[in-house]
Write a protein that binds this ligand. Structure first.
Ligand SMILES: Cc1cc2nc3c(=O)[nH]c(=O)nc-3n(C[C@H](O)[C@H](O)[C@H](O)COP(=O)(O)O)c2cc1C
Length: 446
């Protein structure tokens, strides 16, 4: 399951408390069991075990009748409760994405014959099964959560903090607070008085793991490389009445550096990705204005200008002024009259709605943090039925290019396109290294 698929569930999921009592099918159980092998721990030094048990194995206070229960067992070490929350929340999102309901059970007690034979202590369970109530929320207004201003007073990375804001917590207590900087989100937990702490502290630690899980998924889905760690400087600025828990450091998605510009127009590229042939394969036609999004030094921009003819304009869009200066020089040299360069913001292409019938996005999408937002901005500048030609690196270790975790597999790209309102028209490959997808805008913005 990709981070994007998990992320999509964050704004939809809810606790399910009414279940159909038929057990899940064999295929559902085996897919779930397989998924359990892919869960990421917050703390890899803590041993855990997850068991799937049938109905009537868990009872006690506030228990919920369900056809199955997932029980988490863990070594008891510092951070084991946050680790439990972090791990089990990945299952909650997985189940939600696969039509299965779930509810965390903090107070419930599994019968001793089902916990006794584990070498690790029992920590928490989750009721699961096919839902007998709507599985998802219809919109954000259906979440009962604290306002962003109550949990975070700094301005950076609010899209990532939003994912944590929506996280589930025991008795919906939402014990988290965040301080954000350019590159990090520090997480803190509200301190409780002596009495409350006896009842809620354990659960609140699990809640913090859940919130960290949502932060991490959001960062990954937005194209960051995220790392959860502890930081001395974050501990020093712990807000009054809170305890410091952890920090998520984020590295921006991989950006092509101007200093490497020679690679954008070298002999290899001209041989294996000849501009005009590539554009023909990617369905460029002289039927309107075009945009070369993330045009770099204009390797494709100038050939586009020649192919669409002087009746139409090609816009070379890039966030880097230095790259655009190179395009301007080449345009002058070639005496082309139908190229316009625009220095854009990441998610604002500075063009009117429906300005172009064709967008080329060559080796760019993998560099972007919020890919859906980027594709939606692309859709905005396209006419209805306009075409987007996406060219990007295959996600394959043996192919040289950007770091593998920054690349987007063909399937991920197709899912993102569908989500942003595009329909795939054709798929192709170039030089065994790149895939090309031409997609048509299906949504009408009016
Ligand atoms: C650690 C934890 C323990 C929970 N324990 C219970 C429980 O014992 N019984 C129950 O009905 N809900 C339980 N919940 C569900 C919360 O009440 C629920 O997540 C919260 O009210 C937010 O609602 P939502 O999950 O629908 O977004 C628990 C949630 C968490 C995170």
């Amino acid at each position: 399951m990709t981070a994007t698929e998990q992320y999509q569930m964050i704004s939809k999921r809810k606790s399910i408390r009414k279940f159909l009592m038929e057990p899940l099918g064999e295929a559902q159980i085996s897919a779930l069991t397989e998924q359990l092998n892919h869960l990421q721990p917050l703390r890899s030094d803590i041993s855990t075990e997850i068991r799937l048990l049938p109905q009537d194995t868990v009872g006690g206070l506030l228990s919920i009748k369900a056809p199955h229960y997932l029980l988490l067992f863990s070594e008891k070490k510092e951070g084991h409760l946050e680790n439990a929350g972090f791990i089990m929340q990945q299952i909650d999102l997985y189940l939600s994405a696969n039509g299965i309901g779930a509810c965390w059970l903090g107070a419930a007690k599994p019968k001793s014959e089902f916990t006794g034979n584990s070498t690790l202590p029992y920590i928490i369970s989750m009721a699961i099964g096919m839902p007998a109530e709507p599985l998802h929320r219809a919109g954000l207004e259906q979440f009962k959560r604290k306002k962003m201003s109550e949990i975070c007073s700094t301005a950076h990375h609010l899209e990532r903090v939003e994912a944590a804001r929506l996280a589930p917590s025991a008795t919906n207590s939402q014990p988290w607070r965040f301080i954000t900087t350019h590159t990090a989100i520090h997480a803190y937990r509200i301190k409780l008085g002596a009495l409350k702490s006896m009842i809620y502290e354990r659960m609140n630690q699990i809640d913090m793991g859940i919130a960290l899980c949502h932060l991490w998924i959001a960062a990954e889905a937005h194209g960051y490389r995220a790392r959860l760690t502890t930081k001395e400087e974050a501990s020093v600025m712990t807000p009054a009445g809170t305890t410091y828990i952890m920090t998520m450091e984020m590295e921006e998605a991989h950006k092509f550096k101007h200093s490497k510009k020679a690679l954008l127009d070298d002999e290899w590229r001209r041989k294996h990705l000849p501009a005009k042939d590539t554009l023909t394969a990617l369905k460029l036609e002289p039927d309107g204005n075009a945009a070369d999004v993330g045009c770099g030094i204009g390797y494709f921009t100038l050939p586009i200008a020649e192919m669409i003819g002087s009746e139409y304009t090609v816009y070379g869009l890039d966030t880097s002024e230095q790259m655009l200066e190179e395009v301007i020089l080449k345009v002058k040299k070639k005496q082309l009259s139908n190229v316009r360069t625009i220095q854009t913001d990441e998610y604002d292409f500075k063009l009117e709605d429906a300005a172009v019938t064709y967008v080329l996005m060559a080796n760019v999408l993998h560099e972007v943090s919020d890919r859906i937002k980027f594709l939606q901005e692309t859709s905005r500048i396209l006419t209805p039925k306009g075409r987007l030609a996406l060219l990007d690196y295959e996600k394959n270790e043996s192919i040289p290019g950007p770091p593998i975790h920054h690349r987007i597999s063909r399937d991920e790209a197709k899912k993102m396109l569908a989500q942003a309102g595009f329909e795939v028209l054709l798929e192709t490959e170039f030089a065994d290294q790149f895939y090309g997808i031409v997609a048509v805008k299906t949504v009408n913005d009016e």
